[in-house]
Design a protein around this ligand. Structure first.
Ligand code: BES
Ligand code: MN
Ligand code: ZN
Length: 501
């Protein structure tokens, strides 16, 4: 998708489709109150073109609701698309992000391959953040997961043009929309990795894709395998991979901005299980095919690193993705086995399906060994997190309020929802083992929390955040602004957390 930015009168823009936003300004709630949709533009010609359609009452300006007008009078555009943001009081930058995606996903199936999107003019919606969000939303909306369909028709948008008012602060909007392009493309990079099936993207291939991306954006990279795991004594990570014919990949990326030799070193650690059968504690067949997305945490870290390399924040970052395939086999680890992690801690394996925490344990230790002063991990870690929070919020955990506050702050920009869940001694009790230091499952109660407690043992005293994105990384049903399938969730929040340092 080619993107550009123009400062022109909307009426004069020659385009296949001009998208303009609207809010519902009706505030009373009585049985007779009718929605009152109002366009977020000062352009008289656009308002005139839409006036009778808006007066008809057919369009309520609900969030992501659309109304199409052909050959709008007085406009150079062939079509005018009005996209709703919902109630005026609730219209947010995040809604603008979604509305841009909605416009793109409206155009795609209709064979419309070029559109202009009017930056909303409203006191409640700051132009810079809206410009960035619009480009993110458009690029994310353009992604479809049909990579391997032979009847695939390329319906992707050729050109998306953001139309800002002539009077705009041009430099600020240009910078913001350039950022939006980087972030949207990075989120789609993550989605393209998560979309790949287990046979097409085993750990080695994930490592290759990471190294390729690193080369393109100027990150240092190294991809190691079995020998390095043994050398580093990563007994926990290795134990997960030992049942697979596919060798593991220990992916290490580094971002070292010029001149920054002091201050924090942020360690990003991702779960990269390219397929999770459960191992000897094998999963039921139902929906097992979805376990190709068990590397979404790792892919989110790679997407965030791509954006970091392009946006160049002044802080050093290390990224570690622990990639392995969790398979049952004659050589696979068994329930009851005891593994020694890189940190020296011993782990009793109760369930081989609790493999994510085992690879992350060594990933966290390694990030610390490489100098990380602050840690963040992302993982599709537990079904229990999905039971607890559903598909509206990801789980988040931390051993450090100050570090977590920075993450919380990042969410205002990312528009992603995370809910902080507790940690505590009582939960840590649940993973005590008779034979070893800890066991890898803590029973049915509080499963997302006991998994986090397990990771906390390896973060030790280092400030650390854990993101459980099991319910968020894969979208079951398409939304007006995003295709079903891989979401690229957490890329934006991790990026903004890094940029907050
Ligand atoms: N990858 C799964 C978690 C998962 C479940 C991700 C559903 C996405 C959707 C993880 O490795 C796993 O199997 N966790 C177990 C842990 C249990 C054995 C303690 C789970 O959640 O059932
Ligand atoms: Mn598992
Ligand atoms: Zn898993």
């Amino acid at each position: 998708m080619k993107t550009d930015l123009s400062f022109a009168n909307l009426a004069e823009i020659e385009t296949e489709l001009l998208a303009v936003l609207a809010v519902d300004t009706q505030t009373s709630k009585g049985p007779d109150s009718k929605p009152n949709p109002v366009l977020l533009t000062a352009d008289g010609a656009v308002k005139a073109a839409a006036v009778s359609a808006l007066a008809s009452g057919e369009f309520k300006a609900g969030a992501n609701e659309t109304l199409l007008l052909h050959a709008p009078a007085g406009l150079a555009a062939k079509r005018l698309l009005i996209v709703g943001l919902g109630k005026e009081a609730k219209a947010t930058v995040n809604q603008v992000r979604n509305a841009a995606g909605t416009a793109v996903r409206f155009a795609k199936p209709r064979g419309i391959r070029e559109l202009a999107f009017a930056l909303p003019e409203s006191e409640l919606l700051p132009p810079g953040p809206c410009a960035r969000a619009a480009l993110e939303g458009a690029i994310v909306g353009d992604f479809d997961p049909d990579t391997y369909r032979s009847d695939r028709r390329d319906l992707s948008i050729r050109s998306f043009s953001l139309a800002a008012p002539v009077s705009s602060e041009r430099d600020a909007i240009q910078t913001a929309s350039d950022e939006g392009v980087i972030v949207g493309e990075s989120q789609n990079f993550t989605r393209s990795l998560v979309n790949e099936p287990g046979n097409k993207l085993p750990p080695t291939a994930l490592g290759q894709r990471a190294a390729e991306m690193a080369g393109q954006v100027g990150l240092q990279s190294a991809v190691y395998s079995t020998d390095k795991l043994h050398e580093l004594k990563m007994g926990s990570f290795w134990a997960v991979s030992q049942g697979s014919e596919e060798p593991p990949a220990l992916i290490v990326l580094r971002y070292e901005p010029e001149g920054v030799t002091e201050g924090p070193v942020l360690g990003l650690v991702g779960k990269g299980i390219t397929f999770d059968t459960g191992g000897i504690s094998i999963k039921p067949a139902e929906k097992m095919e979805l376990m190709k997305y068990d590397m979404a945490g790792g892919a989110a870290m790679l997407g965030a690193m791509r954006a970091i390399a392009r946006l160049k924040p002044k802080v050093r970052v290390i990224c570690i993705v622990c990639a392995a395939e969790n398979m049952p086999d004659g050589k696979a680890q068994k329930p009851g086995d005891v593994q020694t992690a890189m940190s020296g801690k011993t782990i009793e394996v109760i369930n081989t399906d609790a493999e994510g925490r085992m690879v992350l344990a060594d990933g966290l230790s390694y990030a610390k060994q490489l100098g990380a002063t602050h840690l963040i991990d992302a993982a599709t870690l537990t079904g229990a997190c999905v039971v607890a929070l559903g598909t509206a919020n990801a789980g988040s955990f931390s051993n450090n309020d100050e570090t977590f506050a920075k993450f919380q702050g990042a969410l205002a920009t990312s528009g992603e929802k995370f809910w902080r869940l507790p940690l505590g001694e009582e939960y840590a009790e649940q993973i005590k083992s008779d034979i070893a230091d800890i066991k890898n499952t803590g029973g049915r109660h509080g499963g997302a929390i006991t998994a986090a407690e397990f990771l906390k043992v390896f973060a030790e005293d280092t400030p650390w955040i854990h993101l459980d994105i099991a319910g968020m990384a894969w979208i079951e049903d398409s939304k007006p602004y995003i295709a079903r399938g891989p979401s690229g969730f957490a890329v934006r929040s991790i990026l903004e957390w890094v940029r907050s340092y």
